[in-house]
Design a protein around this ligand. Sequence first.
Ligand code: MN
Ligand code: MN
Length: 296
Amino acid sequence: MNSLPGVEGRALGAYLGLACGDALGATVEFMTPAQIRAAHGVHLDIVGGGWLGLRPGQVTDDTEMSLALGQAIVDRGGWDLQAVAESFVSWLAGKPVDVGNTCYRGIRRYLTEGTLSSTPCEQEGGNGACMRNLPVALATLGRDQALISWSVDQCHITHNHHLSDAATVAMGRMVQILVAGGGRESCRPIADRLVADHPEFRFSPYPGRAGGYIVDTVQTVLNFFFATDDLESCIVETVNRGEDADTTGALAGMLAGACYGAEAIPRRWLDRLDPNCQRRIGDQVAGLLAVARGEC
Ligand code: MN
Ligand code: MN
C-alpha cells in the first residue's frame, strides 16, 4: 500500500500524514513550546498520553471526523449533505475521545432541529470544519466548483464563519495541486491568494500563535509547510509549537503527505499508528479517488 506511486501515493500520504500529525500532536496539545521542551526536548515520537490520556498511536476527533465525512461520501458514491450529518451523529454517539464545543453544538442542533447549516457567527472561527475536509478534496480532485460547494456545505453543519470557509477551500485547493504532483511551490499562489483576500492569514513573518482559531492554525501550518522541505520536519516543527497541536499537526501532515507522498512518512510513526485507522484510511482513499474519477 505504501509504495503506491503517483496520485494514489500522494492521496494516501495526505490522509496518513493527517492521522500521524494528529496522533503525534495530541500528546502536546494545550502545552506551550517551553513546556514541551522541558517534558520532551523535541517531541518526535508517537507515544500517546497528553491531556486525553491516549494510547500510543490513537488518533482524535480530527482524524475521526475526517473518516466520518469520507465514509459518507464513499457510501453514497458522491455528495449527500444529510448523509454527512448523519455520519457525524453516529460518530458522536460512539462517545469519541474528544469533540470540540462548536462541533458538538452543531451536531446537536442537527439532531434536535434537523437543520444542516448553523447560522453565521463571528465568534465561532474555530478550526473544526477545516480540520476534517481532506476527504472532500480527494473526492473532488480536478473539480473546483464541487470542491467549493461540498467544502462550504460540510463546514456549515457546525461552523459558519467566512474565514473558516476561505481557509478550508484554500487548503483543499492546495491538497489537490499537491496530489496532482505539482510540488510545494506550485501551491504557493493559493496561499498567497488567501492572504491577499483575507490579510488576517498573513503568515510571514510567523506571528507565533498556534491555537484553535482558524487564523492561528492556518498561519502555523502554512509557515512550517513552506519553511521545511521534508515531511518529518514539517510535522515535528509544527506540533512543537504546542497549543492546538493535534490539529495543526493534522493539517501540516495533510499538506506534507500530499506533497511528499506516503513513502515519506517515517516507518516508526506508521508502526505506532492505530492499525484499524490505517486500514480505514487505505479503503477510503481508494473509494474517494473512485468518486473523483466518476466510477461510482
Ligand atoms: Mn483533536
Ligand atoms: Mn485539536
